[in-house]
Design a binder for this molecule. Structure first.
Ligand code: F0G
Length: 361
């Protein structure tokens, strides 16, 4: 566990008002996990790391930005916060608002938020409201209401969210000694890709570190930045990035262009395949979080990028525990046995799964 949260750790680099409070759950300092076997499978010849942001206190990268956004709001005396969310922002806002002693209201698209996120927001004591509409509809509503009432908007339209989220880029440079050659990550409302690019550019100024090329990845059914127009009815199994009108879309496109990277889309099947593949490394992420690596695999298989001798960091944004129903519904349910040794023996020895012997590990 980190000794300090991201606000205290990177205070000198954050552009926030002096009144900002340190409302922290010791977020950040997440593991950067080498995955050489996966790199080998994808063609080899490069170094691959997973920045596992699901290890933040509420299980997603949102905590980095939320500590700063809630800290700023609390510091200027705000009594309440509001956000629209596909789930992770909701859980994070609820937790940090609770910590600050503030009221929290979250607006989510009905039936499209994974169980672990909804449960989190409720457990942390937020007022959770579902709307019969999309995330994009919810965002438009919370923007309007925050203009009419003294309630702090903590979606990534709030600049302090990005100030906090850019610390992930600082951590990568601090840990690797320089920026990776490529960074791949999922793109939904496009706050995170914007924040990473801000962070890397800032560190280049103050630390003379390099800049990565950025590969942003959307789901095929929710790919406004690839299609070049808004998507009215976005769909994808990766509900976290089921967004048709990204609030920071322009900045995301700019980050991809300036970094000589790109934004691409991958199928739901490719996302689920990569989720499963990561689990074979012991890294269980929610579907959206596998999109960045699915995009990397896609680009490599089409020879659209050449990674020989390069260093690649893949951001895995949220924990698999967020979306347990997906696993239950797509994988076979565990067998139920009588409580007898013979039945156990039979089940283990007849299974098609890995034998006991001949395993490398
Ligand atoms: N991955 C996860 C797990 C997310 O929850 C999100 C966004 C993203 C990636 C995309 O990040 O929006 O900055 O491009 N979730 C938001 C939410 C929309 O409400 O929790 P982005």
């Amino acid at each position: 566990m980190a000794e300090t949260g991201v606000f205290e750790k990177y205070r000198a680099y954050l552009d926030v008002p002096a009144h900002t409070k340190n409302i922290t759950l010791l977020e950040g300092s997440t593991p950067l996990i080498p995955v050489p076997r996966l790199a080998q499978e994808l063609g080899g010849g490069f170094e691959l790391y997973v920045k596992f942001e699901g290890m933040n206190p509420t299980g997603s990268f949102k905590d980095r930005g939320m500590t700063v956004a809630i800290g700023e709001a609390a510091g200027r005396g705000a009594r309440a916060a509001i956000c629209a969310s596909t789930g992770n922002t909701a859980a994070s806002a609820a937790a940090y608002a609770a910590r600050a002693g503030m009221r929290c209201v979250v607006l989510i698209p009905q039936g499209k938020v994974a169980a672990g996120k909804l449960a989190g927001a409720i457990a942390y004591g937020a007022q959770v409201l579902q709307i019969d509409g999309s995330f994009d509809d919810a965002l438009a509503l919370v923007v309007e209401i925050s203009q009419r009432h003294p309630i702090a908007l903590v979606n990534s339209l709030n600049p302090y969210r990005l100030e906090g989220q850019k610390t992930a880029a600082f951590e990568l440079v601090d840990r690797l000694g320089d920026a990776p050659d490529w960074l791949c990550l999922p793109v939904g409302n496009a706050g995170n890709i914007t924040a990473y690019w801000m962070g890397f550019r800032q560190y280049r100024e103050v630390k003379s570190s390099g800049l990565p090329r950025i590969l942003g990845v959307q789901a095929e059914g929710s790919a406004p930045l690839v299609l070049g127009h808004a998507v009215d009815h976005p769909e994808t199994v990766a509900t976290a990035i089921r967004i048709g009108r990204p609030a920071r879309g322009e900045q995301a496109l700019q980050a991809a262009e300036e970094s000589q990277g790109r934004i691409i889309a991958v199928s739901d099947q490719a996302i689920l395949d990569m989720q499963r593949r990561l689990a074979q490394e012991g890294i269980w992420v929610e579907p959206a979080s596998a999109a960045g690596l699915a995009g990397l695999a896609h680009s490599l298989s089409r020879k659209e990028i050449d990674l020989r001798g390069k260093q690649v960091a893949a951001v895995c944004t949220g924990h698999g525990l967020k979306d347990p129903d997906l696993i239950a519904s797509r994988m076979s349910a565990p067998a139920v046995l009588p409580a007898e040794l013979a039945a156990l023996e039979d089940a283990i020895l007849s299974a098609q799964a890995k034998p006991f012997e001949g395993q490398a590990e």
